[in-house]
Design a protein. Sequence first.
Length: 207
Amino acid sequence: MPNIQKSATHARFYTQIGTRGWLQSGYTTFGFQSPFFRRWIASQLPVERTEILSVGCGSGELENHLTELRHPVIGLDLSYQMLKRASRKGRALPVQADAGSLPFGPAQFDLVMMMESIGHLQLNAVFKEARRVLRRRGRLLITTYAPHVETHTRYRRWGMDEIADQLLDAGFAVDEQRYLDVKRNSVRDAPSEDRSTLLYLFSTATN
C-alpha cells in the first residue's frame, strides 16, 4: 500500500519545482541538466520502436528526447505541476498517478524507466507494479544516486546490492549493473560504487 503521507510530501516538493523551475529550486537531476546524458541513455535502449513508461518523469526532458527518436513514451508523475511543465516542452504523454498503483493493465509496456526517482519510492511496491505492466521479457531501467552523493534530504539513497536484491524479489533478473561517473558533458564507467555518481541497473522481467 502506498505511503500517502510520504507521497504527499514529495508531491509538494515537486509542485514547487514545477512552479518555479529546477534552477530556482536548489535541486536538479542529470536528466534535466545534461543533453549528453539524455543521448547516452537513449543509446542504451533498443533501436527498434519501444513502448516506454517513465516513472517519476518530472519535467520530461529525457522523455521528450526519446519521443523524438520515435519511441512512444508515457511520462508518469505524482506532481501535476511537473507534468504541466513537461507537457509544455514536448510530445511525451503525461499521466498523473502514484507509482505504487499504476493505472495500466498487465503487459502494456516494453520498457519501464525509473530515472533518478527511486529515492522517492517504495521499492517493493513499485518494482512489483513495474513487473505487472511489462510485457513478456520486458525491461526495467534504473538510475539513482550513489549512497555517498549529496542529494535532497527527501531522497533516499540505496546501495547497488540493496536495489538488486529487491529487483530479484519482485521477479526481475538483473542483466547489467554499472557504476557511472556522470558529468554535464560525459558519462564514464567508475571503478566502484564509492567513486561513482550514479548507479545503473538494467533488468528483465522473468516469466
